[in-house]
Design a protein around this ligand. Structure first.
Ligand SMILES: *Cc1c(COP(=O)(O)O)cnc(C)c1O
Length: 346
């Protein structure tokens, strides 16, 4: 019997890809770093290829190698966001990865087809405008990109500022394609689309603006079985450190999922699960293997019943917010202990 189950809906992934691509109106190159946001980079790459994706972004060299191997003889472009890190050149060529040039040192270390990453204000990776200007004569720049710091906040003035700065540098490379928008940027308007968008989180079910969004479909559903149902009298405490006290007599379900499965420790006291048509609060600290939830009044509360911790009824953005984190962190921390099941009707 499966007690902790992670269901990954590849049809929903395909639907989200179509929404993001059609909203942008240009090529969508999926960001499938961190094992496809915890969903499964290889399964995602293969399905997205079938949906028409022809380029992908990953962060690490090992991720790029794994995606290249999974794609076999499919001629995809795989961009490596880390760029040509010291000593990686032979492996970049062997796996036919297109590195993103983040600094002048990286520019000097690589002489094949490359992406220039322009820093337009995030101050993370990337070339300054002045540094980029020194590379205008490189014939092998295939793409010029930048990354928005506040794409999740549509009204933020930083978005327009970064757009202006990107346009100025982009004009120096008229023969290269250009890419600025991640999931959030896609919904800022077509001005932000350029030639290619790079959606990540919204492919995998997170809203583009850090909250549930009706245009995006749930991909990951995490469910756990009830291991035991117990009566907890008023005044008793539940779990480690006695962090919760029953304010009245409660019926409590002990679920087979804990922080080792990816339920954040910080989900108590704010977090909930979905059972019998409603949200049910967590009562007591999240343990390694278990959580306790208030199932008082639930007729179906019995061992073996499955409870939803993440899914269509409990969007990843809401679950993340309740735990003081983001959909990005929640998804990438889903662990391999839960039994994974990919579903698809096509
Ligand atoms: C992760 C990443 C993306 C995807 O961002 P989302 O917000 O997940 O859509 C796009 N571009 C770069 C450079 C990234 O690092």
């Amino acid at each position: 019997m499966t007690v902790t189950r992670l269901t990954l809906d590849l049809d929903a992934l395909a639907r989200n890809f179509a929404v993001l691509r059609d909203t942008a109106g240009v090529e969508a190159a999926p960001a499938i770093k961190a094992d496809g946001y915890g969903i499964g980079a290889l399964e995602a790459a293969l399905r997205l290829w079938d949906e028409g994706a022809r380029s992908f972004h990953v962060a690490r060299l090992t991720e790029g190698e794994a995606v290249r191997a999974a794609l076999g003889d499919r001629q995809a472009t795989i961009y490596l966001l880390d760029g040509p890190t010291p000593g990686s050149q032979a492996r970049l060529r062997a796996a036919d990865l297109t590195p993103v040039i983040n600094s002048l040192d990286q520019a000097a270390a690589w002489d094949g087809p490359a992406v220039l990453h322009i820093d337009t204000g995030m101050n993370r990776l990337g070339l300054t405008a002045a540094e980029a200007a020194t590379l205008v004569d490189r014939p092998d720049v295939v793409l010029v990109m930048s990354h928005l710091a506040c794409a999740g906040q549509p009204g933020h003035p930083m978005n327009a500022l970064q757009l202006d700065r990107f346009r100025a540098v982009r004009a120096l490379f008229p023969h290269a394609r250009a890419s600025l928008a991640s999931s959030g940027g896609i919904f800022l308007g077509r001005d932000y689309a350029f030639d290619q968008v790079r959606p990540g989180i919204s492919l995998f079910g997170g809203g583009p603006h850090d909250r549930p969004d009706a245009r995006i479909t749930t991909v990951a559903t995490l469910e756990a079985a009830i291991l035991q149902v117990r009566h907890v009298p008023a005044g008793e405490t539940i779990g480690y450190a006695r962090a919760f006290t029953a304010e009245r007599d409660l019926t409590v379900g002990i679920l087979a999922a804990g922080y080792a499965d990816g339920v954040p420790w910080s989900a108590h006291p704010g977090g909930s699960v979905w059972f019998e048509g409603a949200l049910r609060r967590m009562v007591g600290r999240v343990s390694m293997d278990m959580i306790a939830v208030d199932l008082t009044g639930c007729a179906a509360a019995r061992p073996g019943e499955m409870v939803e911790l993440l899914g269509a009824n409990l969007p990843v953005d809401d679950a993340a917010r309740a735990a003081g984190t983001t959909a990005y962190e929640l998804l990438t921390r889903l662990s391999s202990r839960a039994e994974r099941r990919f579903v698809s009707r096509t």
